[in-house]
Design a protein around this ligand. Structure first.
Ligand code: AGP
Length: 614
């Protein structure tokens, strides 16, 4: 996944574009570049990142002394897919004669065929190893002085998921952008206009923006935004209001976006719950028309996602099956889409995704749709591909999540799954109104309770100072806690690079307990009253092997202290809803461990915020 930005107006474009790219760095940061309309030509400057510095930092250094007067330009920050990070593989890519320049987010799947044709038929020599350069060369050979026309012809020949923006030497104030399967917005400025992969890049410049649909083209000049549908017909639509402020995009005084986002969870949960409580105190699922007739038709629910979102699905299975009594299968998307799953029009398919752009999840959604399933998605990014291609969208109002390690998106995904389970159970009558009201009041109490858990951050930081140099850490739990163990373990792995393993506590004695030796570190989730005695016995078994045990338990639980070296408590609440609280100490633990180890927390190695490739 990459980030693209474009500006056409009357101010100097270079700094505005580079500033926008900085806000999109979470989308990819291995290299960056700008193409500026300068003195009747196009000036391209691009730089790869190096050890510890991202591409944008190197780009900024490289152009710092250059006094560009350009008022139109495009820019790009990259997450390499085709062609390893290097200056020449960075974007923008220019045509062989410098007449055209483009920035691209996505993958041109038939780029090899197009490249062969362009090399054979036009003798073009490609300079990079990327798929994207094909776009610049293809538009050039189709260019007859009208960029819009050339782009229209070019996209007919391109296959894959892509969004790109192009400029042409002969049309100095014009930016033409095209969207297919990766995100694009058009930002409305004062006497200027913008394009960007998402609004995070433009928050300080715009109040209103257009979401661009799949197959749509945007043609921008300083005084006009023209949106064309796939047939080339101009479409008019109401601009959307920016709901996020600049602060949201900045770190708000925290040392890392991840820590900021962990501390934003009370607000995110509040937002996600409160918008769904109707005047009658009952749940409203913002326009999702799930009727009892629908529910009676569904013989199963398939929850499909990747990484942290998949882990939210594991908790979803517990609460939906327990409350609504509908069988739930949970699948990782990269497996689901290739196993020819049993899915048909009696299946409710739930896709969970923070970015809404994760390709495996999107393709699984299409697979299920093709088989007749009803598609409901739980998504954080408004207008993202997964949201657009779903029959129903249930947004998590977590706000922008910048850190690669997902935290507040996970917690709000859990909240959406609880609300959905309660809503379906109430429709089906599988729970009493008392139970419904009780769980709902538990959810409404979560923001305040989450604040109390966050107050334990200092204690967790002290714990991390003792444990940060461990080379492996285990996570165990029973019932709904066993699902949480997977997410706790992933958080630690992805930002601290400590090898970590999650397992259902009852499974230990069937093999994994062989790994327990003096000082092995184990995080034991023991929040389930119903299963506490079983869990206590499991912790006792590993304590007998002198493991170092940190337990997460409900406040007032004195017994767990007997077998734990450290205990982090969460406020008392019903077993079903503990994951919303007990995930917080696990996130903080992973964060402080990684900080003690001096790791790059917001941009962990080898990871990107959303994976738009297979
Ligand atoms: C989680 O911290 C990771 N960033 C990753 O596992 C992520 O959850 C996964 O790639 C799914 O992303 P999505 O929610 O945007 O679809």
């Amino acid at each position: 996944m990459c980030g693209i930005v474009g500006y056409t107006g009357h101010d100097k474009a270079k700094d505005i574009i580079i500033d926008g790219l900085k806000k999109l760095e979470y989308r990819g940061y291995d290299s960056a570049g700008v193409a500026l309309m300068e003195d009747g030509g196009i000036q391209v400057r691009k730089k790869a990142g190096g050890s510890g510095t991202g591409g944008i930092a190197n780009l900024e250094k490289a152009v710092a002394k250059e006094k560009f007067r350009a008022t139109t330009g495009i820019g790009h920050t990259r997450w390499a897919t085709h062609g390893q990070p290097s200056d020449v593989n960075s974007h923008p890519h220019a045509s062989y004669d410098g007449e055209i320049a483009i920035v691209h987010n996505g993958i041109i799947e038939n780029y090899r065929e197009l490249k062969d044709q362009l090399e054979k038929k036009y003798g073009i020599e490609f300079v990079s190893d990327t798929d994207s350069e094909v776009i610049a060369q293809l538009i050039r050979v189709l260019y007859d002085g009208d960029l819009e026309h050339a782009v229209r012809k070019a996209v007919k020949k391109m296959e894959g998921a892509y969004t790109f923006a192009a400029i042409a030497k002969g049309e100095p104030e014009k930016i033409v952008a095209y969207r297919k399967d990766t995100p694009l917005i058009a930002g409305i400025g004062k006497d200027c206009n913008f394009i960007a992969s998402d609004m995070t890049a433009l928050l300080q410049y715009i109040d209103d923006f257009y979401l661009i649909d799949n197959g749509e083209m945007v043609v921008e000049t300083p005084d006009r935004i023209k949106i064309l549908d796939p047939a080339g017909k101009e479409v008019t639509r109401e601009p959307l209001k920016v709901t996020w402020n600049q602060e949201d995009a900045e770190k708000g005084g925290y040392s890392h976006f991840m820590l900021k986002e962990i501390h934003e969870q009370p607000k995110a949960v509040q937002e996600t719950v409160s918008r769904r409580i109707g005047k009658d105190g009952k749940i409203v699922l913002d326009g999702i028309k799930l009727t009892l007739k629908d529910l009676k038709k569904f013989n199963k629910i398939c929850i499909v996602a990747c990484g942290t979102a998949y882990h939210a699905g594991l908790v979803g299975k517990y609460v939906i099956e327990q409350m609504a009594r509908i069988p739930v299968e949970v699948d990782v998307a990269s497996e689901f889409r290739y196993r020819d799953p049993f899915v048909d029009d009696k299946t409710l398919f739930i896709a969970i995704s923070q970015s809404g752009e994760t390709l495996d999840t999107l393709m699984s959604l299409r697979e299920a749709k093709g088989k007749g399933a009803r598609i409901l998605s739980i998504v954080n990014v408004v207008g993202s591909s997964v949201a657009r291609e779903s029959d129903d969208v249930f947004y998590t109002w977590a706000g922008p999540e910048i850190a690669v390690a997902s935290t507040k998106a996970y917690t709000t995904q859990l909240v959406c799954l609880y609300l959905l389970a309660l809503y379906m159970a109430d429709l089906k009558g599988t729970i009493t109104r008392e139970y419904y009201d009780e769980i709902l009041s538990e959810l409404k109490a979560m923001p305040a309770r989450a604040k109390r858990v966050l107050k334990k951050a200092d204690k967790i930081e002290e714990m991390a100072k003792l444990l940060y140099n461990r080379d492996q850490i285990f996570y165990i739990g029973r019932g709904i806690d066993s699902s949480l163990a997977y997410e706790g373990s992933l958080k630690l792995k992805e930002i601290s690079y400590i090898n970590s393993f999650a397992i259902a506590a009852g499974e230990l004695k069937h093999g994994t307990i062989a790994l327990m030796e003096p000082d092995t570190t184990v995080i034991a989730l023991a929040t389930q009253d119903r299963l506490f005695d079983k869990m206590y016995a499991n912790v006792e078994e590993i304590k007998a092997r002198h493991a170092h045990i940190v337990s997460i338990a409900k406040s007032g639980n004195k017994k767990i202290k007997k077998v734990s070296d450290d205990v982090i408590t969460i406020p008392k609440c019903r077993d079903e809803v503990t994951p919303i609280l007990s995930i917080i100490p696990l996130q903080l633990f992973a964060y402080y461990i990684a900080r003690e180890r001096g790791e790059n927390i917001d941009k962990p190695r080898n990871l990107a915020k959303s994976v738009t490739v297979e």
